[in-house]
Ligand binder design. Structure first.
Ligand code: SF4
Length: 405
């Protein structure tokens, strides 16, 4: 089994126990930059590795996330920064070099430029590891995105007039923590071995967090960054939640997003004449998927502040894909009269209910398009009721929703 590790000091706390053989795992270590490890893991050359959060999202169907490990921040991160010769708001049409070693940080910088600072620089990729910094200085540019040890070293040199810590910028913008990287295993890897590696990484991390002074001394020797700066950097890591993902609690009334507030009285039918309606329309028309996700998460915490999640077996029965709502993100629907449009018969719906029952299911969500050829009575007709109640009479937990949006 092959286990990827980033060579930067930001991974010292996770690998410290392994490096000292305090903890052993059934795997050989492969060291690389984040971008190299991303490619090796997705190419199947590694079985387990730290991987950029954005690359994990892109390849989630091939990967399994390992819980309780992440490279994240809740405010300043220090080791991901934009170094600029001029204020960031003056970078329009200027050259900004992007480290070739990172994916998530590059995506975050592009997002900040576009939606927070409202500038459109010309981006160009460059090598920006610690050993590249002298050569980098001779490349024409106004700003450069640097990560890892190189970012700590460049900050210590103080050669750029402006430094923007991307973790701090994200926090100031959204109020949220940020996850740069996670640990993941290939789904095809031997899962028993993966579990042992995961347990080893957790034990190694626990050892590392208990010995941050030792790690700071190692980091000083490896990078030339001062011991005080290394100590300060590792001290940032100590109070984080081990999973690195979410703050322990979300305060009620917290501002949820830029474009629209969450309905304070919970989710209900929206009065189209109300003042809120315009903000919801703005949200629908302009919000990114990430922002919608953030708002949905905030709504969940507002409505259910208790940290409890329950699971049941249910089935969504997509009774029709014919729809006139034209939601921008939907690949499911077909316009009326389209050759691929369908409407399930009551018999087909009944069959799907039987299949669910056989699996021990306890809930059905009738979910389909806004099909103009189905009157409301279709849903409430005696035939539908007979179909569902016959098949599901002992467990009447049937909900229905007109659309899948
Ligand atoms: S209402 Fe549902 S089915 Fe129709 S377009 Fe929107 S998401 Fe798709």
């Amino acid at each position: 089994m092959k286990l990827g590790r980033i060579g930067y000091i930001n991974c010292y706390p996770v690998y410290a126990g392994l490096d000292r053989a305090v903890v052993r795992v059934p795997a050989d270590l492969v060291t690389g930059t984040p971008a190299e490890l991303n490619d090796l893991l997705t190419a199947g050359e590694l079985d387990v590795s730290v991987i950029s959060a954005v690359e994990y999202a892109r390849h989630a169907k091939d990967l399994v996330l390992l819980p309780d490990l992440a490279i994240s921040c809740d405010g300043p991160v220090r080791s991901v920064a934009l170094f600029s010769k001029r204020p960031v708001t003056e970078l329009d049409d200027r050259t900004v070099l992007l480290t070739a070693s990172s994916r998530t940080s590059v995506g975050l910088l592009e997002l900040l430029c576009r939606d927070r600072w409202h500038v459109a620089p010309r981006f160009a990729q460059a090598r920006a590891e610690a050993t590249d910094l002298d050569a980098l200085a001779h490349l024409p540019h106004e700003a450069v995105l640097v990560i890892g040890d190189a970012a700590l070293l460049l900050a210590a040199r103080g050669v750029y007039a402006h430094r923007y810590d991307l973790g701090a910028e994200w926090k100031a913008w959204t109020g949220l923590p940020f996850v740069f990287a996670v640990w993941a295993a290939r789904r095809q890897a031997d899962q028993d071995a993966v579990r042992r590696v995961h347990q080893g990484l957790l034990a190694s991390r626990d050892w590392g967090l208990a010995h941050l002074d030792v790690l700071a001394a190692d980091a000083e020797r490896a990078t030339g960054v001062s011991l005080a700066a290394c100590r300060e950097y590792f001290a940032l890591q100590a109070p984080r939640r081990p999973d690195g993902f979410l703050p322990a609690a979300r305060g009620r009334g917290r501002r949820a997003g830029r474009l629209a507030a969450i309905p304070t009285r919970g989710l209900t039918m929206i009065d189209r004449t109300s003042a809120d309606f315009r903000s919801f329309l703005d949200l629908y028309e302009h919000a990114s998927l990430l922002e919608l996700g953030q708002l949905a998460d905030a709504a969940r915490w507002q409505l259910h502040s208790e940290n409890v999640v329950t699971y049941i077996i249910d089935r969504n029965i997509n009774y029709t894909n014919v729809c006139v709502a034209d939601c921008k993100f939907c690949a499911f629907y077909r316009r009326p009269k389209h050759a691929e449009g369908y409407l399930l018969s009551f018999e087909e719906i009944g069959r799907k209910i039987e299949e669910l029952k056989a699996l021990g299911g306890v809930q059905i969500l009738m979910q389909g398009g806004h099909n103009p050829y189905i009157p409301f009575e279709w849903a409430t007709s005696s035939a539908t009721t007979r179909s569902t109640s016959t098949a599901f009479r002992r467990r009447r937990s049937i909900s229905s929703r007109a659309a899948s949006g």
